[in-house]
Design a protein around this ligand. Structure first.
Ligand SMILES: Cc1ncc(COP(=O)(O)O)c(C=O)c1O
Length: 428
């Protein structure tokens, strides 16, 4: 039975004094997990496993919120990184790897004719929005999900203090799988919407014809279509969800999995739009050409081309998702894993006044006690082999059995030893 270890707790106390929110990403914060049961810190990783500060080992499914595509410490990526560290990280002029990695991306991603590197997913989506606005000379943005922390994106969320009112008024929400809701945004702001940005697939799958209808509507109304493939890129298919669904946007933002955990992202797309980077506007970063991250990206992308990485993610992700769903049903736990196999979340539908997050917390507690770390978004890596998936299903069986007994006895809250995970408060 796991409770937070001594070293972990001591560090958390120090963190409370110097780090607002404790972690640097909302999704990694203690209140997103079972507080008092989950560790707050992970010290190292290897393959599909991670270790906390007190030496406990877990099979890891959040995969660092998506970046770990091949597994922690992938030997090919690490060798490339070591070699580059010996040559230097940042230089006074451009570095050859910028060209090489850009060529790899152009070869992989259907919409990519040119590439501009940045560092984070938020920067990549923001750069794409900047280019879309620059090309259409229109300020308004139609969006339908989370695309990062920058002003255009968080302006209309509950946490928009610090975002000028004038900026908040330029972004409009529409609903996934609802083309009419996008049409309404265009109708309500005629000739003003220059950019439509969306994740091509999130947890919900696109209905037949939906993505093509969005593309056609955006173009008909004179807007640029951006796919945010920060999560879906390199996971749903080597060329991202645009390859999977055969709908090609004007621009795309990629990040997360591109360098297997090293910080690198990019905006990619049509040359005429990409050329605006220097012709009309400004997207520039001191660290954007960081050769260590670029070396990691080259090794990651080459492996993606060489090995059946995405097939593996689909097969093992399906085994985890379907196995969980079968066992939850067998133990009478109203929980399901939903989403495409490479990226899954847990959906809870308890009855009788049981809070969904409390039930979720009890399932997660049962899993972490037995060495499986789950989070709000669960991925899978090339390092999750058959043996690991089989072990995961044994853990699910035991954790769901325990949860089912507590649920049927009406004592879910009593069985939870910590504070249940809160809602993911960063989503718009
Ligand atoms: C779909 C999507 N776009 C953009 C981002 C922002 O990426 P980053 O956190 O690297 O800035 C995220 C982060 O989770 C994301 O899920």
């Amino acid at each position: 039975m796991s409770t937070t270890g001594l070293r972990d707790r001591a560090l958390l106390e120090r963190a409370r004094r110097v780090l607002p929110g404790i972690t640097q990403t909302y999704s990694k914060a203690p209140d997103q997990h079972v507080q008092g049961v989950y560790p707050v810190y992970l010290e190292r990783g290897d393959g599909c496993r991670v270790w906390d500060m007190d030496g406990r080992e877990y099979i890891d499914y959040p995969c660092a919120l998506g970046p770990v595509l091949l597994g922690y410490r992938d030997p090919d990526v690490d060798a490339a990184v070591r070699e580059q560290v010996d040559r230097g990280a940042s230089f006074s002029l451009g570095h050859p790897l910028e060209v090489e990695v850009a060529e790899l991306l152009v070869g992989l991603i259907p919409c990519a004719e040119m590439v501009r590197f940045v560092k984070t997913g938020s920067e990549a989506t923001s750069a794409a929005v900047r280019l879309g606005r620059a090309s259409t000379r229109r300020d308004h943005v139609a969006m339908c999900g989370y695309h990062g922390w920058h002003e255009w994106c968080v302006g209309h969320t509950a946490r928009n203090a610090g975002v000028p009112q004038a900026v908040r008024e330029l972004t409009h929400q529409w609903s996934y799988n609802d083309v009419d809701s996008l049409r309404r945004v265009f109708d309500e702001h005629p000739e003003q919407v220059g950019v439509v940005i969306m994740e091509p697939v999130g947890v919900e799958e696109p209905q037949a014809g939906f993505l093509a209808a969005v593309r056609d509507l955006a173009h008909e109304r004179g807007a640029v279509l951006i796919f945010d493939e920060v999560i879906t890129g390199f996971r749903m298919a080597p060329g991202g969800a645009q390859e999977l669904y055969g709908v090609v946007p004007d621009l795309a933002a990629v990040g997360k999995g591109m360098a297997n955990g090293y910080p690198l992202s990019a905006v990619v797309g049509r040359s005429d739009l990409m050329e605006l980077v220097t012709a009309a506007t400004y997207v520039s970063g001191t660290f954007a050409g960081d050769a260590v991250a670029l070396a990691a990206a080259r090794a990651t992308l080459e492996k993606l081309r060489r090995e059946p990485v995405c097939e593996h993610l689909w097969r093992q992700g399906a085994a985890v998702r379907d196995g969980f769903n079968r066992l939850a049903a067998a133990h009478g736990v109203p929980a399901r894993m939903v989403g495409l196999p490479p990226r899954r979340v847990m959906e809870l539908t308890p009855q009788g006044g049981v809070e969904p997050n409390v039930l979720k917390g009890l399932i997660w507690q049962g899993c972490i006690d037995r060495g499986v770390l789950l989070g709000n978004a669960n991925f899978i890596s090339f390092a999750h082999d058959d043996e690991v998936v089989a072990r995961t299903l044994v853990v699910f069986d035991e954790a769901l059995g325990e949860t089912g007994r507590a649920y049927q006895a009406g004592r879910v809250a009593e069985a939870l030893r910590g504070i249940p995970p809160g809602e993911v408060s960063r989503r718009p």
